[in-house]
Design a protein around this ligand. Structure first.
Ligand code: FMN
Length: 353
């Protein structure tokens, strides 16, 4: 079991080819109405679609075993179970000898002698289903404070969306399978994924997330800084290899006169004139939307032959991955990024930041 959060604690459990994956959300106030239809809609957005997602198709129905009574939280920990139905572990057996490069196989086999490699065990993206279920409740909770979290695919397989995008664009991406903001980008990103998939290969990309409605000053400082905790949350998602806020790594080549976001009054409210810093200074919100991007590497499991070692023969070897995999993680990761961001913000609210 893996736990994150301080006042709103989320615990994740299960494995790809066990009976279920699930989560426990502990800390929600009692009497909070939970819209389970909205939870189901968030789960839909994490499901694989067409040829851009894994052929493993799951019902992904969330069973609330405890903590919600007559549609309201009852103050006890919310226990969520999502059954694993569509499992086939046969293609994973060879990885006990020839671990897949890019996946967790090698360190996991050496560190955990009982590691269950079927479906990648506890390292599977399958567990993110439970994150999305818990995140949906966190989204509803932060919504009561006027805060929303919306993400979209900023780039996939070298196809980059270069237009400025806001919350409403991110919401529009919900209609597109790749989670691109426009049908044209959706088409180009889909082709990039399908081309890689046809070659037995995979592609990566970036998810951009917009957190709107945070008041100036929201966020912890130092090790509890809002950006520090969001970054930690993102790095907890499998395949995340980078997080940047605002102009991120491009800030390295700017001058302060370019990167500072000046202030002005608008109808008596303090607003920033730009958003190079992603809406966070000193760990706290400066009134602009919090904007960050998360990089997801290309899916490690690919049919293209890879160099590896053979743990039985103790010789160099090769491995080619069969079985069912996402040729790109990004479209499905968008819902996971939103969920982790919502859980982080909800926890910071409960901690009084
Ligand atoms: C939503 C989601 C789906 C994923 N699907 C796959 C997959 O089909 N095949 C695969 O090899 N890795 C997949 N991954 C990535 C692996 O879980 C991840 O690369 C692996 O656990 C190693 O962890 P690391 O990449 O963080 O180092 C997925 C990740 C996420 C978030």
């Amino acid at each position: 079991m893996f736990t994150t959060g301080e006042k709103l604690r989320f615990t994740l459990f299960g494995k790809s080819h066990g009976p279920c994956v699930g989560g426990i959300l502990d800390g929600m106030p009692g009497g909070f109405p939970v819209d389970t239809g909205m939870v189901a809609e968030e789960m839909r957005l994490r499901k694989p679609v067409g040829r851009i997602g894994t052929p493993r198709r799951e019902a992904d129905e969330v069973r609330f075993e405890q903590g919600i009574t007559d549609g309201r939280t009852d103050g006890s920990p919310i226990l969520m179970i999502i059954e694993n139905g569509n499992t086939d572990g046969s293609k994973y057996m060879k990885f006990y000898d020839t671990p897949r490069p890019g996946h967790a196989d090698l360190p996991a086999l050496l560190k955990f002698p009982d590691h269950d490699l079927r479906g990648s065990g506890q390292f599977s993206g399958r567990l993110t289903a439970a994150i999305v279920a818990a995140g949906a409740i966190a989204k509803q909770y932060i919504g009561t404070f006027g805060i929303s979290v919306d993400a979209f695919s900023r780039s996939i397989g070298g196809i980059a969306d270069t237009e400025p995008r806001d919350m409403s664009w991110a919401r529009a991406s919900r209609s597109n399978a790749t989670r691109a903001c426009t049908p044209e980008l959706d088409d180009a990103m889909r082709r990039a994924i399908e081309d890689a998939g046809s070659d037995g290969d995979s592609v990566g990309g970036t998810v951009e997330c917009v957190v709107s409605g945070l008041p100036i000053g929201f966020g912890g400082i130092w090790f509890e800084a809002l950006d520090a905790e969001l970054a930690k949350a993102m790095f907890g998602i499998p395949a995340c290899k980078g997080v940047e806020f605002g102009d991120g790594f491009a800030l390295a080549s700017m001058r302060g006169s370019q990167s500072n976001d000046g202030y002005r009054f608008e109808d008596g409210r303090i607003v920033t004139r730009s958003n190079h810093l992603g809406g966070i200074v000193g760990g706290m919100c400066d009134g602009a939307p919090v904007i960050f991007r998360t990089v997801f590497k290309p899916t490690p499991s690919i049919a293209v032959e890879q160099d590896t070692i053979n743990l039985s023969t103790e010789r160099d070897d090769t491995v080619s991955v069969e079985g069912r995999h996402d040729p790109c993680i990004v479209p499905r990761a968008v819902a996971v990024v939103e969920a982790m961001a919502a859980l982080t913000v909800a926890d910071q609210i409960m901690r009084g930041y």
